[in-house]
Design a protein. Structure first.
Length: 92
């Protein structure tokens, strides 16, 4: 399933970007490298669980990085929703 990252129209790569996507409610699915430090990935996994976003394990950071089309490892990544959640705006 991580191969979906290669062709995703929008994605977040790295722990910070993935956390931001989860906080904004735009992460569709999250991928976490199993060889990354738990202190780094735990917040991502916990937030994904609270938000009801599927969290898929990937064997290594290098493998996850390759699926994201980058030349370095990544601890976490996410495929983003095609459309952003609707936000209410104040008119007036």
């Amino acid at each position: 399933m991580p191969h979906r990252l290669e062709t995703a129209k929008a994605r977040a790569v790295g722990t910070r970007q993935t956390m931001r996507a989860l906080e904004k409610g735009i992460a569709e699915i999250v991928f976490v490298a199993q060889d990354a430090e738990e202190r780094v990935t735990r917040p991502v996994v916990e937030l994904a669980r609270r938000r009801g976003v599927p969290c898929v394990p990937v064997a290594t950071m290098n493998e996850l990085g390759k699926h994201c089309n980058i030349n370095v490892g990544a601890a976490a990544a996410a495929i983003l929703r095609a459309e952003l959640p609707h936000r209410a705006t104040a008119s007036g």
